[in-house]
Each structure stands twice: as structure tokens, then as C-alpha cells.
Design a protein around this ligand. Structure first.
Ligand code: SAM
Length: 448
């Protein structure tokens, strides 16, 4: 691999006798990994090879998944670099907490945080870039999440709405991406000494907004997928000096390095942070640090005051659908917005400006003329036993269905109405049976 000359000079100096092994690691193939979704996957049914678990992480394995396979499209697995999986694990989010994933697309940390929270509490997954926020939103849907709000805002806009609101904030910052060089050599084309400085500055701006949103006593997890001390140790030292926050000790597992005090103003506490180098740890590389905001808060702050929703649309079409098609569901926070019905995440009754919400909890479906049409998110979020009718496809039928075709189903000919569609016991789509035709509601954007 042709590493940039300035990169080689810099790391030769910084890493000294370690430098040769570090550079040699860039000529090795990248390490692939994946996580399984504990909210719905069954380990014994998975098509993926789960014989190589990653020792210190939950639900995590080495290996490559089939991106077009049913495990992936049903939201049973998520492909992710093993180094990156450590971030959410160190954040250790609890089921009753309010958690913010501030730089969240495409959703690796979000899906992992939500899994660790058992899809409880409140998770706000934010992404500043609109098209990336849409990818994040579709991954949240695929993972079957019901307590997550996906937003598309700049950190400063969020800080106005959520003052001292969160128990835990993850800042997986945009960075110079040196840990991507192996997986995506394109990342080297925009790398430069100046770019590293620009990234470090932008990270300080993001951190300054995160600081405002954390409750006293709350914890901040900062991570990058770069090795640059300017973006790692030096930013943490800056944050400590600026705000007096305490660096929390992270457990170091085999293959992990500590942060380097000498790269960050000789701040001894940087030893408590984690560095993952590809020549020591099986992964692409990361820096991770946890900090605590001083103080305690015995009362949780409220989000900015929000108006209560009102709607004239009759819920009877939803109730008819739910009675005919679902079992044992309890949606207690129904919200109608422009003909869409949600079971909203707890805090919002209506969209406050300037918050741009792409997904608020679980989108149940849409009111059409005299009927209710369920949303794809609903079929991915429920457990198999919560559907009254399931049509299981054969392998051949599955291939036709994911292309968008209508199928002829003979064994359920008498039944008319909404059904969950499954393949190999993974429910992955809605369908509608009319006579013996299974109409296809697999979303057009996902068809293969
Ligand atoms: C390292 S990526 C996040 C990866 C994600 N956490 C995951 O695990 O899938 C950083 C993200 O920060 C976003 N970003 C870029 N500039 C930003 C800014 N000024 N404020 C907040 N986020 C920004 C990028 O669009 C990008 O999606």
C-alpha cells in the first residue's frame, strides 16, 4: 500500500521501534466482523459462521456476512469492524437511560447501543448529513428498533433542545480516517497534515456542543477511527483543561494499547484511554475515551417544552387492522402526523423546531382512503408470535418476492388480508393475500 509520505514520516517519529510493524499491517487484509441482533436473531438458525466470537464483546464475531442474505435483510446481523464495536460496549448504556449518539450514520454504534439497552429507554441517533441520516434511519428500521428517534441536525441545534438532558453521549467523531486506509484506500486521497488539523478543530466544536447536552454526573464516550494524536489525546487533554472533566478508566483487553500521555501534553490520565492499533489488535484501529461530567443530578431535565398533538383522523382503521393482523401488542403512545401513525418515543408529542426528525419511535403505518396500511418498520419490529398470519416462502418464492413479484399461494387461498412474510423463519416483509395472490409490500428501495 502506498501510504502518504507525510504520514510515514509522522508515524516513524511517533512510533519509533513500533513503526515497522504498524506500516506492515497496512499490507494485511482488513479484519471483517459482524454483530448479531439479540432483539430478534436466533443463533441456531443463523446462516453466518459464528464459530469465531470476539472475546470481550457481546454478540460479536469475526467474519464476513452475506450482504444480500436473509439474515442481513431481516435485521439479524450487522457488519462492523471489530475495533469499532468496542465503543458502544464501553458506553455500557442502561435500559432506563437517555442516550445520545451524536454522529450516528450509518448506524453501527446506534444499533449496538440499542441492543445493549434491550430497545428500552430513549436513544436519540443524530446525523448531520441528510442522505447519511436516511441510511441511518433505514438501519434503525432493519434492526427493529422502537425506542429510537433519528434526527438530522447540527450538534448546536440539538444542544438548544436538549440542555443537560442525556445520561450518556457517544461522540464517534468525523475524523481523518487513518483507520480506514486498509479497508478503503480512497481515504488516503483526502488525507494531509492540514486535514488532520481541520478534523481536530471540528471535533472540538462538536465536543463543545456535546458538553451542553450531558447531565451533571453523566458520561461522554469519545472515539475516532484515526491514529492522529491531534484528534485523539490532544483533544481529550483540551476537553479536560477546558471543562475539568474526569477521564474514566477503561479496561484494557489483550491486544489493546493505552493512550499516550506524551502525545497529549503529558497528561498522565490519558493512560486510562484505549488505543487499538492494527498491528496489535485484530481490527482496523480506533481511539476510545470515557469522561465524566462533574456534579450529580437527582432530577432529570426535560426537553424543551413541546406542543401536544391533535388529529381529526379516526383511529378505527388502525384498530381494525391491529385486531385482524396482530396479537399481544400494546402501543401506548400513539401519535398521528400527516396521516402517519407512530408509537412515538416517550419525550415528544410533536415535532419541535428546529429538530428534524426522520423517525420517531416506531412507525406503525399510514391512513389511506378508508383503510390502514402497515409500515415496513412494524413488520421488522414485532416478534413472530405477535402476528396472526404468517406466510412462509420457499427458497424459489423468496427470490421472486425480493424482486418485487406477486406470488400465487394455494395453501392459504381462503384467507384475505395482511400477512407477515417469512423465509427460513425470518419475518422480513408485509404481504396482502387476496384470493390466492400474495401482493408484494417489500419496499421498492430494498428490492434485489
Ligand atoms: C465516524 S462517522 C460515524 C459512524 C457511526 N457512529 C457508526 O458507527 O456507524 C462520523 C459521522 O459524523 C458526521 N459529521 C460530519 N460533520 C459533522 C459535524 N460537524 N457535526 C456532527 N457530525 C458530523 C459524518 O457525516 C459521519 O456520518
Amino acid at each position: 500500500m502506498n501510504l502518504p509520505a507525510a504520514f510515514i514520516t509522522k508515524y516513524q517519529k511517533l512510533l519509533a521501534d513500533q513503526a515497522a510493524a504498524f506500516f506492515a499491517s497496512f499490507n494485511q487484509p482488513p479484519t471483517a466482523g459482524f454483530r448479531i441482533n439479540p432483539l430478534k436473531a436466533h443463533l441456531d438458525l443463523l446462516n453466518e459462521d459464528c464459530t469465531h466470537p470476539i472475546s470481550n464483546l457481546n454478540y460479536a464475531y469475526y467474519g464476513k456476512i452475506d450482504g444480500n442474505g436473509v439474515d442481513n435483510l431481516a435485521g439479524w446481523v450487522y457488519s462492523q469492524d471489530p475495533s469499532a464495536m468496542n465503543v458502544a460496549q464501553y458506553a455500557a448504556p442502561q435500559a432506563d437511560e437517555r442516550v445520545l449518539d451524536l454522529c450516528a450514520a450509518p448506524g453501527g454504534k446506534t444499533t449496538q447501543l440499542a441492543a445493549l439497552m434491550g430497545d428500552q429507554g430513549l436513544l436519540v441517533a443524530n446525523e448531520i448529513n441528510h442522505s447519511r441520516a436516511r441510511v441511518l434511519s433505514s438501519n434503525v428500521e432493519r434492526w427493529g428498533l422502537t425506542h429510537t428517534i433519528v434526527t438530522n441536525n447540527a450538534p448546536a441545534e440539538l444542544a438548544k433542545i436538549f440542555p443537560e438532558f442525556f445520561d450518556c453521549i457517544v461522540v464517534d467523531a468525523p475524523c481523518s480516517g487513518e483507520g480506514l486506509f486498509r479497508k478503503d484506500p480512497e481515504a488516503m486521497t483526502y488525507w494531509s497534515v492540514d486535514y488532520v488539523q481541520k478534523c481536530a478543530q471540528r471535533q472540538r466544536e462538536i465536543l463543545s456542543e456535546a458538553v451542553k447536552m450531558l447531565r451533571p454526573g453523566g458520561r461522554l464516550i469519545y472515539s475516532t477511527c484515526t491514529f492522529a494524536p491531534e484528534e485523539d489525546e490532544q483533544n481529550i487533554d483540551w476537553l479536560q483543561q477546558q471543562y475539568g472533566w474526569e477521564i474514566l478508566p477503561l479496561k484494557h483487553f489483550p491486544g489493546m494499547d493505552t493512550g499516550c500521555p506524551q502525545w497529549g501534553n503529558n497528561n498522565a490520565a490519558l493512560k486510562l484511554t484505549v488505543r487499538l492499533f492494527p498491528h496489535h489488535y485484530q481490527g482496523e484501529g480506533h481511539f476510545i475515551c470515557a469522561l465524566k461530567k462533574p456534579g450529580v443530578s437527582d432530577q432529570l431535565a426535560s426537553a424543551a417544552k413541546l406542543p401536544v398533538s391533535s388529529s381529526s383522523i379516526d383511529l378505527k382503521f388502525w384498530q381494525e387492522f391491529a385486531t385482524q393482523s396482530l396479537k399481544d401488542v400494546n402501543f401506548s403512545n400513539l401519535l398521528i402526523q400527516q396521516k402517519n401513525l407512530y408509537n412515538a418515543a416517550k419525550i415528544f408529542n410533536q415535532q419541535p423546531r428546529p429538530l428534524k426528525i426522520l423517525r420517531n419511535g416506531l412507525r406503525l403505518g399510514e391512513f389511506k382512503k378508508q383503510r390502514f396500511e402497515p409500515n415496513h418498520a412494524l413488520v421488522l419490529a414485532l416478534q413472530p408470535q405477535q402476528f396472526r398470519h404468517v406466510v412462509a416462502l420457499t427458497s424459489d418464492q423468496f427470490q421472486h418476492f425480493i424482486h418485487g413479484e406477486t406470488l400465487t399461494i394455494t395453501n392459504k387461498a381462503a384467507f384475505k388480508g395482511w400477512v407477515a412474510v417469512s423465509f427460513e423463519e425470518r419475518i422480513f416483509s408485509w404481504g396482502k393475500l387476496v384470493n390466492n395472490q400474495l401482493k408484494n409490500f417489500y419496499p421498492k428501495g430494498l428490492r434485489q
